[in-house]
Ligand binder design. Sequence first.
Ligand SMILES: [Zn+2]
Length: 309
Amino acid sequence: MIRRSRDMCYYFGMKIYTLDLNFQNVPQSIAAYLVVGPAGPVLVETGPGSTLVTLQAEIRRCGYELSDIQHVFVTHIHLDHAGAAGWWAQQGAQVYVHHFGVTHLIDPSRLWQSASRIYGDKMELLWGQMWPAPVEKVTAVADNDVFHAAGLTFTALETPGHARHHHVWQVEDIAFTGDAAGIRLPHNPLIDVPAPPPEFDRETWLETLDRLQAANFTALYPTHFGRLEDVNHQLDTMRALIDEATDFIRAKMLSGSHRDEIVPLYENWVRERGQALGLSAAQMHQYEMANPLYMSVDGIMRYWRKLDM
Ligand SMILES: [Zn+2]
């Protein structure tokens, strides 16, 4: 049985709220999910530190206190997914994260530093801050690990490709997919591949899509943004796009173009796909807030260079 309002879905005794973090005042670009089981709410993804106040307000709007959050599941440690995880751990919540990500939540300084190389002086504006998580509040997660929280069962599926340290969280027959199933925004048919450096990997991502498809989920909840029910369409489109995007950039590299020449070509390529699907300029902007296109150029170029070495 599924009943739905604008941002909440009843699903076999569990309620799923899509929380809009309104990142940089762009609605529906970054989500967190409040999953309410028989024994209370659980948070899936935390968003960045810069949207913590919005996240807190959204949780209260759903009728819960912040102290009700005892369990926090994150798909991976990119700042738009787990930037605020340490704050929740400091409040006493248990945070479940890929075992590669544990040290970065306990001591975020290296992660922060490497992100600073990409974002420079915009770091604080975009991402706020990261709070170090107390060691005992971070649970290291491996493939197929199962956790019980709030009367629900969360299963971790290792799903690399976008990042090496990525899990999809399965609950019943739905999945919180982080970035592993790509990006798709509400009322917006464009699907995009977030391929950031340094870990984007075409082959492992294609295997991840096979794994997600084999699981026969009835709905996906990508962090960007909201519930999707046409699961096979999403995964099939992603599979084709990963090939097309990597081939597009490969061809430009082989013709001798430099990174700064490839970025606008790739941006145009994606924007033309958006235009063909009828996207407005505002919708395209919303997309590029969720997934800056230059980042995929950097990630895919790095992927090819690694292979050529
Ligand atoms: Zn990510």
